[in-house]
Design a protein around this ligand. Sequence first.
Ligand code: ZN
Length: 449
Amino acid sequence: MPKYLAYHIVNARLICPEAGYRAGCDIVIRDGHIADILPAGSLRKDEPDVERIDARGGIVQPGFVNTHNHSPLTIVRGMVEDRGFAPAYTPGVPQGHWLSEDETLALARLGVLELLCAGSTTVVDYYRMPQALARAAEEIGVRAQVGGRVMDADTAALAEGRFVHDPALGEATLAAALDLVESWDGRGNGRISTILAPHAPDTCSREMLTRFAELAAKTGKQVHTHLAQSVMEVEQIREREGMSPVEFLEDTGLLNEDLVAAHCIYLPDEDIQRAGGAGIAVAHAPIGNAAFGAAAPIVALRDAGARITLCTDTKSADMFEAMRYALSAARSREAGKTGRASLALNAREVFGWATSAGAKALKGHGATGTLKVGDPADLVVLDADAPNLAPVIDGFGIVVHSGSGANVRTVFCDGECLLRDGRPTRVDASEVIATAQAVADRLWARAAA
Ligand SMILES: [Zn+2]
C-alpha cells in the first residue's frame, strides 16, 4: 500500500505538450491520477493523509516515454562508441550471450534505474533474457514495454557482414520471447506490457520476419525492430534479398502502423515515402546515431507521415540531451544538404516526441505523456534551484535547450512516488550500482583474457 493516499504538488510551473505552459499551479494526485490542477495557494497545508511536495516554482512536466532501450547493454557503454558500429557485432568486448540471468538482471536494474532517475516513466526495453528485464522494471516501478530480442543469424559471421542462418538460435530466442508474453503482460500493477521484437532485418531470416508478421496479426501486439541502422545492414539485405531493408519489411508484412522502427537512418527518398505512407512509428535515437556520425532524415519521415518518438537507446538515458540532439541533428542534416539550417522543428514539437507522441505511438500501456486532469500521474518535478533552468518564460524552450537529466528531483509513475529528491524509493541506488559494477568487472576481465 502507498504511504499516502494523495499527494499535493504545490507552487509548480506546469508544462504539457497539449495544454501548454502554466505558471502558479497546485496539482492534486489521487488514486494514480491527476485529480485536480488549481491556482497556487488553493490547497490547505495540513490535509490529513496527504503528502505535500513544494515545487518552489520549479517545472513539473510529464514523465518521458523512452521508446527504445536494451538495458543490459550498459555493460559496454562508454567502451564501444569509439570502436565503430553496434556492440552486438564488436569483437573483443563482452558478448551479450555470456550474460547469465542474474547478470542480466543486475545490468537491467542499473539501466532502468538510470532511466527513472533521468525522468523516464515509460520505457521500452528488449534484449536476451527478457524475464530479467521485466523483473527489473517491476522492481523499480516504471511502466515498461518489454520484449525478448529474437534473431536467427550467426553473430560472428555478422561481424564480417555475412548472414549465416542459425535456426537453433532463432527457436530459442523466439521461445523466450513468447514465454515472456505469456507470463508478464499486465504485471507490476498493470505497468508491464509486452512487445514483439525481432532484432533487425540483417539479423533475421525472411521466414522469421514473416512469422512475426503472423504473430502480430494474431496477438494485436506491436513489433519493435531496428531498421536501416547501418550501411552494412543495407548492403547485406540488398545482396540477400535484392531490395532495401524497408522493402524487405514491407515484403514480409511488417511495414504498417504496428511497427516501431528504431534508427531509420539510411533511407533513400522512396523508402522515406514508403515508411511514412505505411504510418510506422520511428524510435528516433539521435545520440546513438550521432556517435556513429549519422543523422536520420527525421523531418522528412515526419512530413511523409511517420509518427516520431524519441529514445536514448542505452546511451546516457538523458532525454533532455536526446531532445537537444534531435533538434541539432535535424538542423545539421538540413544544412549539409541545402547550406541553410531549417527551423522546421522546434523545442515544443521535440518535447512532444519525448512525451505525448511516444505515448500515442506505443500500444498497450497506460501512459498519456500529458498533464491534464484525469491523466495518469506520470510526472517529473525538476530542480527549482538549477541555474540552467532559469529564467523560465515559456517552459518548453528552457527545458529542451538547457535541461538535463540531473535536474530531475522527484518522479511519479501511476501516482506512486518512485524517486524523491533524487533518491529511488523502492531500491537502494548504491547497491544497484555496485552489483552492476561487479558484473561488468567480471565480464570485461573475461573479454581481456
Ligand atoms: Zn537498439
